[in-house]
Design a protein around this ligand. Structure first.
Ligand code: CU
Length: 464
């Protein structure tokens, strides 16, 4: 793993390894990330100070200061991204990863971004949400000619307003975004801002989605709705790092959505407020408490709360299909269907066949079914008490009293204090009290016979 400090030291070597010095002489060196591990915050080495963000399973792009201008170098290129341990995807991204590195600047900074195209087709970059000159907006054909393969374009503007932004291509957009080309941009306020509070922890999560058939590695770019991998920063649970904070930290989470559908983001254990959108900070009079906020396509939402309860709190998209990994959507619901004997008959024809879903799908999380190469179990993730039965857009907010200031490392599982955890009731269960039978208005009572298959295997025949 490359640490942030190594990174600065090594970046010259990395650049030399990836590009001939002569070709890009005079440009900021190309820094490339080789790991999907969450990198520590990049404390600004120059320019106005700010509290840097942490991009989950991502990183912030270093810059060079040249005559008072912050210069960045983005390289659009094919990348191999580990979606979670056990699965790698062949994506397109920037500087070695998808999503691309987060760009962090300060309100009022003059910014120059060199964009080198190493894709097999042309591209551009659109700076989603920014105030900038029209010619810097990055819509291919409309504001500029597209950047041909092998060419480098320069974008330059002043980061005029503070907030959370995104960047993505505006050229063959359907393909390039389905392949993973996107990134975060954060403009920090210069000095005190009446609507932007300082926070202790500041996280960035880009919502993205892929359609990658089990056993393959390249997304199907024509898919519009039926994606099978729902990811944060191109990672699926259990590949998504937890958000590790100290008790009573003020926490900000910036969420951008570049998928094809909306995602209701839900945090357990605390109430939050939406303090900003792509349009800027929300006036205080327009904020209200929430535990779930919907992030629509192309939107950004910035949520904030004080982490005042210790524990491991689930944080996820509330669409239950989005906390699953690749699965067959056409599977019929088999809950309550008697499979007795069927298994053996089918196994004679299909040895690996598995009867699924008679009692619900929870068994799927624990089953040891052989998977095709390069895919993920649909519900997985071992917690301290068994399988978490999640996938996709799921992680945890880990709040700890002894987490050190600025320490983003995973503290491990929370040990609930004695007598504060749900427990099994071992007394006797009494029969339910039922309403007495009464005659129907017509004076006759029509009984309907149904058979209810209960998990115990008992068949209850009951008249109603
Ligand atoms: Cu979702």
């Amino acid at each position: 793993m490359t640490t942030r400090r190594d990174f600065f030291r090594l970046s010259g070597a990395v650049a030399a390894a990836t590009v001939t010095p002569a070709a890009l002489a005079g440009l900021p060196e190309i820094v490339s990330m080789t790991t999907p591990d969450t990198q520590p915050p990049l404390v600004p080495p120059n320019g106005r100070p700010y509290n840097p963000v942490v991009t989950l399973n991502g990183w912030t792009l270093p810059w060079r200061m040249k005559d008072g201008v912050k210069e960045f170098h983005l390289v659009a290129e094919p990348v191999v991204r580990e979606i979670a341990p056990g699965m790698k995807a062949h994506l397109w991204g920037y500087n070695g990863q998808s999503p691309g590195p987060t760009i962090e600047v300060v309100e009022g900074d003059r910014v120059r971004i060199f964009v080198t195209n190493r894709l097999p087709e042309h591209t551009t970059i659109h700076w989603h949400g920014q105030r900038l000159p029209n010619g810097m907006d990055g819509v291919g054909g409309l504001n500029q000619p597209a950047i041909k393969p092998g060419k480098t374009f320069v974008y330059e503007f002043v980061a005029r307003r503070p907030g959370t932004f995104m960047y993505h291509p505006h050229a063959d957009e359907m393909t390039q975004m389905a392949m993973g080309m996107m990134g975060f941009w954060v403009t920090h306020p210069k000095g005190k801002h009446p609507l932007i509070e300082p926070v202790d922890r500041d996280f960035c999560i880009m919502l993205n989605a892929y359609d990658i058939d089990p056993g393959s590695a390249t997304p199907m770019v024509n898919t519009m709705l039926d994606f099978n991998l729902w990811t944060w920063n191109s990672r699926a649970f259990p590949g998504i790092d937890s958000l590790n904070v100290r008790l009573d930290d003020r926490v900000r989470i910036r969420v951008g959505n570049l998928t094809m559908t909306n995602h209701p983001m839900h945090v357990h254990g605390v109430e939050f407020e939406v303090t900003g959108t792509d349009g800027g900070p929300v006036p205080k009079s327009a904020r209200w408490p929430e535990v779930t906020t919907d992030v629509a396509v192309g939107q950004m939402r910035q949520i904030e709360f004080v982490a005042s309860e210790e524990g491991d709190w689930a944080f996820h998209c509330h669409k239950s299909h989005h906390t699953m990994n690749a699965m067959g959507h056409a599977t019929p619901t088999m809950i309550g269907v008697d499979h007795t004997g069927i298994m053996n008959k089918i196994n004679k024809l299909v040895p690996d066949y598995m009867v699924m879903g008679e009692r619900g799908m929870a068994d799927m999380a624990e089953m040891e079914m052989p998977l095709p190469d390069n895919t993920l179990p649909m519900m997985t993730g071992q917690g301290p008490y068994g399988s978490v039965e999640m996938g996709g857009m799921f992680s945890m907010l880990k709040v700890r009293r002894d987490q050190k200031r600025g320490d983003y490392t995973d503290p491990g599982w929370f040990r609930q204090p004695k007598d504060t955890q749900a427990y099994e009731f071992t007394g006797t269960l009494t029969d339910p009290v039922r309403a007495p039978k009464s005659a129907s208005p017509q004076g006759t009572s029509r009984d309907v016979e149904v058979t209810v298959r209960k998990p115990s295997g008992r068949h209850d025949h009951e008249g109603h």
